[in-house]
Design a protein around this ligand. Structure first.
Ligand SMILES: [Zn+2]
Length: 168
């Protein structure tokens, strides 16, 4: 990610890290105020400048604390870190499994869907985990946006994540 800039919410709580280039573009777009510039001097095309080290969003994104991540297959994979809920493998392709099968009334939501490797998905079929003798390593849950930010902090630019979640 290159040199990172700390991004604070509008209420000065920590949100995550963004690339300094992202921080610069947010500054020019007047989405953030830079509180601190880094000591490192960057050579631009026509001048040198200092990269932002700490920036604060002009807007307070309150929904970060109480908001629920919208359900999608992709967001289930992110929550489960692309790891099979039954055997713990990270082999691809990873699929999505309904813990209670749809044919038995299982819902398509965060409380009933998990990441699942293809082998486990085929083995389990339209059975409950108890029937298949395949206990879940962790119960599925509905993540909050704050949890999601923690999960994705190393994978992604926090600003991009907030945009994806429709918060900015
Ligand atoms: Zn598996």
């Amino acid at each position: 990610m290159g040199q990172s800039c700390v991004l604070l919410n509008g209420d000065y709580t920590f949100l995550g890290l963004v690339d300094w280039k992202r921080a610069m573009s947010l500054m020019f777009a007047e989405k953030v105020r830079v509180l601190k510039f880094s000591d490192r001097v960057i050579q631009g095309v026509s001048r040198t400048f200092r990269a932002p080290a700490v920036a604060v969003l002009i807007k307070v994104v309150r929904s970060v604390y109480r908001g629920r991540v919208p359900f999608s297959r992709r967001n289930v994979m992110v929550r489960d870190r692309f790891t099979c809920a039954y055997c713990g493998t990270r082999s691809h392709p990873i699929t999505m499994d309904h813990v209670v099968p749809r044919s038995r009334g299982g819902k398509t939501d965060f409380d009933n869907c998990v990441a699942c490797c293809r082998a486990c998905n085929q083995k389990k079929g339209a059975r409950l985990p108890s029937e298949a003798g395949m206990p879940l390593r962790r119960r599925p849950w509905q993540p909050t946006i704050a949890e999601f930010i923690r999960i994705r902090l190393r994978q992604s630019d926090v600003y991009q994540l907030l945009v994806e979640l429709g918060l900015l």
